[in-house]
Design a protein around this ligand. Structure first.
Ligand code: ADP
Ligand code: ZN
Ligand code: ZN
Length: 662
């Protein structure tokens, strides 16, 4: 009798399927290996959850082939997948496909010239730790040696030496024969950072990010599995690195939005890291100058051990911040105010460098008819088209639709069309006009998308072949250039008034991060932030470098309005091509949820049931329902929705603990 494989498939259905194992594959199939199986008229890869002798199911199909030589998921990772599927309400198969993505499979070609591994740690470049760094490292090492789960939160101002603590803790873990995962936001995986960490740990390291080819990914994954590398440095999904003896997970810039996955399973990497560490008796270190409100609150409540670093290394001062009120300025000065310009003049005169920041999100330049006020919008998405000067086009930043700039307004035939709002291109133009001698470069999604462009612009700035660097988020994170003594924020308001409860928190974090780019050496530095809301508590606190005061105000506001961390949140998003069907489906689900709430006397709030803030994207209408309540009650409520039948063409997605609700 041939044996039977119980296979979990990456489909929404939470039920395993039985396949018989042909004689030729008997020895290769074991628990945890991935197999290719027929499903409908396709072949898909699934995970062998179990092997059994008999089945009551008639006419089962055969396993087609085996993908891995050895189990792809071990017991801990399997447990982690189970946890993922419960917490983020998806099937086990969907959770497993996040843990081991299906692209990870042996290539057809055998790779030769396997890289040689140079083990060993280069201790010579390690600085003597400060007293505070030593205390924190000792506390972490203690837990590592105890082989016990513990979570640490480090709040340390920019340049306070957090990275050095992570690296020392990783050294300790390695010395104990354990492995380490070092998570960074994708945007921080700069060549600069990778070369620093490689010089320290040699070829012990694997690097994991979205630009790797499929082959590189598989090779890196396999080296981790075989223990050929001991450290994985990477973005979000490297939290699933298949290390056998995991000792430590570092999450740098813990507050970063990119740590949340937006497709199924919609996990937050922090939660996955904590759960994985619990399963492996490992240590988690989270660090940030501006920890997320939730994490700081959890630390205050004893869930994480909190350490704070208030001073920069060598007592370098945090740069003074000047807030400029844009309301008092004439239109002529709206982009660059006097204080902004003067600071820049002085910086250039001293032959130092400047970083000019503009957050593109929200308010990019758009086209408007002066006569009838028409604003050009994307016909697929309910958002304004963005004016791109270089290509003389209007571009939709959601779906990529492009159209040429019209000569006149189709509504009223007026040819008085004007550009409103500021983008990085406009800022660049303005600076070039004001500083014709200066060497100016721009780094944003447009300029960085060209091959090697990012690296070239970065190297130029590093080699001081560029005086002023203008950019979006990309320049706000982790850039460490000693000669940058001026940071200018053109407009701090771009995400301050988005309809989202985290807007203030985001603005505070962003301003703090950007300011942290200035004055990193003995040259000192200064920051100018332009805003129309100089009294906003997020900006006042940022000016004073005062996280605590921001935290106190924000946490009170969250408590009053019952937002996380005081409740769990689920965003139910419904999408479809027909507006009527989407609104009807939203109604049905809302009714069902309200009925369940009443019958069970459940402490949940059912909110929204309205079109989303961005009503239409890529031709799909979007409605949303927001659920508030305790996490476990919310999961029960969501189970209820399975009973609802929805009109065809309506897609429903659940975002558990959403990072934004736009
Ligand atoms: P953070 O991660 O908090 O922004 P870093 O760890 O990057 O801070 O440290 C800031 C700067 O100080 C870096 O240039 C780093 O090399 C240096 N540094 C860190 N710790 C020490 C130390 N103990 N002695 C001397 N220099 C240090
Ligand atoms: Zn018009
Ligand atoms: Zn569009």
């Amino acid at each position: 009798m041939s044996k039977i494989a119980v296979v979990v498939l990456p489909i929404p259905l939470n039920k395993p399927f039985h396949y018989s194992i042909p004689e030729s594959l008997q020895s290769a199939v074991s628990k945890g290996t991935r197999v290719l199986v027929p499903f409908g008229n396709r072949k898909i890869s699934g995970y062998v959850a179990d092997i059994i002798e008999t089945t009551y199911i008639a006419n089962i199909k055969e396993v087609y082939s085996v993908i891995d030589d050895a189990p792809a998921v071990d017991k801990n990772l399997f447990e982690l997948a189970k946890w993922l599927s419960t917490k983020y309400v998806c099937s086990l198969g969907e959770a497993l496909s996040a843990v081991v993505p299906s692209v990870l499979k042996p290539p057809k070609r055998i790779f030769n010239n396997k890289p040689e591994h140079r083990f060993g740690i280069n201790k010579s470049i390690r600085p003597t730790l400060t007293q505070t760094q030593q205390t924190i490292t000792d506390a972490i090492t203690h837990e590592l040696k105890n082989h016990k789960y513990e979570a640490f939160l480090l709040r340390g101002v920019t340049g306070s030496g957090k990275t050095e603590i992570y690296l020392c803790a990783i050294e300790e873990a390695l010395a104990l024969g354990k492995s380490a995962i070092f998570l960074l936001p994708e945007i921080s995986l700069t060549p600069q950072f990778i070369s620093i960490i490689k010089s320290r740990f040699g070829d012990n390291i694997g690097v994991w990010h979205s630009k790797l080819s499929v082959g590189e990914k598989y090779r890196t994954w396999l080296s981790a599995k075989k223990g050929e590398i001991k450290i994985m440095v990477g973005a979000r999904s490297s939290v699933f690195t298949p290390f056998e003896k995991l000792g430590i997970i570092v999450i740098d810039e813990e507050h970063e939005q990119s740590y949340k996955q937006d497709k199924k399973p919609t996990y937050h990497v922090r939660e996955v890291a904590l759960e994985r560490a619990k399963l492996s008796n490992a240590v988690v270190i989270m660090g940030s100058a501006t920890p997320s409100l939730e994490s700081y609150w959890r630390a205050q409540n004893g869930e994480f051990r909190l350490f704070e670093l208030h001073e920069r290394i060598d007592n370098k001062q945090l740069p003074p911040i000047t807030i400029v009120d844009l309301n008092c300025l004439s239109a002529k000065h709206k982009i660059i105010s006097e204080p902004f310009k003067n600071a820049l003049i002085k910086t250039l005169a001293r032959r130092e460098q400047a970083v000019i920041f503009l957050n593109r999100r929200g308010f990019s330049p758009w086209l408007m008819c002066q006569a009838c006020q028409k604003v050009w919008q994307c016909h697929n998405c309910s958002v304004s088209l963005v004016y791109h000067k270089d290509s003389q086009e209007l571009v939709c930043h959601y779906c990529g639709h492009r159209q040429p700039i019209p000569d006149k307004c189709p509504n009223c035939s007026s040819d008085h069309l004007s550009i409103f709002g500021i983008g990085t291109q406009k800022v660049e133009e303005e600076l070039k006009k004001n500083f014709p001698q200066a060497r100016i470069a721009r780094l944003d999604r447009d300029t960085a998308s060209k091959k090697d462009a990012y690296k070239n612009i970065y190297e130029n700035f590093k080699n001081e072949d560029c005086d002023i660097l203008i950019g979006t988020q990309i320049v706000a994170k982790g850039f460490d250039f000693p000669r940058v003594t001026f940071v200018g924020v053109v407009d701090a308001d771009t995400c301050l008034y988005l309809p989202d409860f985290r807007s203030a928190e985001r603005t505070f974090a962003l301003m703090t991060q950007v300011s942290g780019r200035a004055g990193r050496s003995s040259l000192g530095g200064e920051v100018v932030i332009q805003t129309k809301h100089p009294q906003h508590y997020a900006l006042v606190a940022a000016k004073q470098h005062d996280y605590k005061s921001f935290y106190e105000q924000e946490i009170n506001f969250r408590k009053e309005l019952n937002y996380p961390p005081f409740c769990g949140l689920v965003n139910i998003l419904l999408r479809g091509k027909k507006a009527e069907n989407v609104s009807k489906a939203t109604d049905t689900i809302t009714q069902e949820l309200l009925k369940w709430k009443k019958e069970n006397n459940a402490a949940i709030e059912v909110l929204g049931s309205t079109p989303a803030a961005i009503e239409k994207i890529k031709g799909m209408f979007r409605w949303q329902i927001l659920l508030k309540g305790k996490a476990d009650i919310l999961i029960n409520a969501l189970m209820q929705m399975k009973n609802c039948s929805l009109p065809s063409g309506v897609i429903i997605t659940l975002d558990i603990d959403p990072q934004d609700v736009l």
